[in-house]
Ligand binder design. Structure first.
Ligand code: PMP
Length: 401
């Protein structure tokens, strides 16, 4: 090991992270993901899971995955375009398309890879992308990889988005040596989280659709925290608003769906294009067929049990009411993510540690995940949290702050 060179690449960054409270360690949890877990031998209410519907613990779904392992083995053995494509992958994609009300769908190994592979396939260095300032890192990385010109608009600020598109059109005309009003060849991609992962608020889909249509842009939304959560039956943001779908809908199979993987749903042409051009789809081994089968069964369960989505919504309301009862300010939220703003990074960390010792796991989210001085506790809820667990957690949080 050449320690001198390793120091050159790593030492300053590690020291800086330790000095400014951004150093991260992995927590050890010794029981399966559920509404409460075991940490260092202690029973702890878990307010940090993305397994919103807690499907991972349903015996029939666990059995279905175990059966799929017995039928299909432990791995896929190849990329989708070579030998990896198996019946469960095709069935999963067919069902995602049906569930999302789209013509077709493509499954990726993770939601991260879906975002990175979709944006970088659609856009190249001559294109324009418009991205909400609070978008997830996987969207940002996809934009970087595409090398497109990116305009970051203020969070959920539709007037700022429209201004950014107009600025891009002027730039486009100058580049193409066109008169300022000769923009008929302009095209752009607007991309946004559906539910913002650190704030829990929603993108304004009806307004985004209007702007995209009026201003020659394609609209892409990332429904990582919306699938299985928003809308009466958990179909996501369009069901929530009862409006048209975005042109490109990305999602994950790892959160409410409680398996692993990501997807894009949209027109047949879009999906055909991604299967041919998306590098994070092409150059990777397919997800294990048993994982695809598990994702399929779990999605079918959501489809058949809208009351599970309602149960989650009831819990969110109950928990927000309990926090308010204890004097805490929480925003109105329609998602299952509830931020409690603390501000100072060190203070948020301290409170989170105190709460863990008291039997409540609620993570401190801090810079660089959120802006400096905007550190927060972020609760994410599950459909199976009991009222007692939520009441206990709300009281402990209020006490610790
Ligand atoms: N988009 C958003 C908004 C996310 O929060 C996440 C996961 N943190 C992802 C994409 C990535 O999904 P996955 O975990 O399946 O890679």
């Amino acid at each position: 090991m050449n320690e001198r060179i390793l120091d050159f690449f790593t030492k300053d960054a590690l020291e800086a992270a330790r000095a400014n409270n951004t150093y991260r360690t992995l927590r050890h949890i010794s029981s399966p993901e559920a509404s409460h877990v075991t940490i260092a031998g202690k029973d702890t209410v878990l307010l940090a899971s993305n397994s919103y519907l807690d499907l991972a613990n349903i015996p029939e779904l666990k059995q279905a995955m175990a059966d799929a392992v017995l039928e299909w083995g432990t791995g896929s053995g190849g990329a989708r375009l070579t030998t990896g494509n198996k019946t469960p992958h095709d069935k999963l994609e067919e069902f995602i398309a049906k569930f999302k009300g789209e013509e077709a769908a493509i499954a990726f190994n993770t939601g991260y890879m879906a975002n990175v592979g979709t944006i970088s396939a659609l856009c190249g260095k001559n294109d324009f992308i418009f991205s909400d300032e609070l978008n997830h890192a996987s969207i940002i990385d996809g934009i970087r990889l595409s090398r497109a010109k990116c305009f970051v608009y203020k969070h959920n600020d539709m007037a700022d988005l429209e201004r950014a598109i107009e600025t891009a059109k002027v730039e486009f005309c100058a580049r193409e040596k066109l008169a300022e009003n000769a923009v008929s060849n302009f095209r752009g991609l607007i991309v946004t989280d559906a539910v913002f992962s650190m704030d829990g608020d929603l993108a304004n889909l009806p307004e985004l659709l209007r702007i995209a249509r009026a201003r020659d842009c394609l609209l892409m939304i990332d429904e990582a925290h919306a699938t299985g959560v928003l809308g009466r039956t958990g179909r996501g943001l369009a069901e929530h608003y009862n409006c048209e779908h975005a042109d490109v809908t990305v999602g994950t199979l790892s959160k409410a769906v409680a398996a692993e993987g990501g997807f894009v749903a949209g027109s047949k042409q879009l999906i055909e294009f991604l299967k041919n051009k998306s590098r994070s789809f092409i150059f990777t081994t397919a997800m294990a067929p048993a994982v695809a089968a598990a994702a399929l069964h779990n999605l079918q369960f959501i489809d058949a049990h809208p009351e599970r989505v309602q149960q989650l919504r009831d819990n969110v309301k109950f928990f927000c009411d309990a926090l308010r009862f204890h004097g805490l300010q929480v925003p109105q939220t329609e998602s299952a993510i509830i931020p409690i703003i603390i501000g100072d990074e060190a203070k948020a960390l301290r409170i989170s540690e105190t709460l863990q010792n008291e039997g409540v796991l609620i993570p401190a989210i801090r810079y660089p995940t959120v802006a400096k001085g905007q550190a927060r506790l972020r609760a994410s809820l599950m459909a199976t949290h009991t009222k007692e667990e939520l009441e206990f957690a709300a009281a402990k949080i209020a006490e610790a702050i």
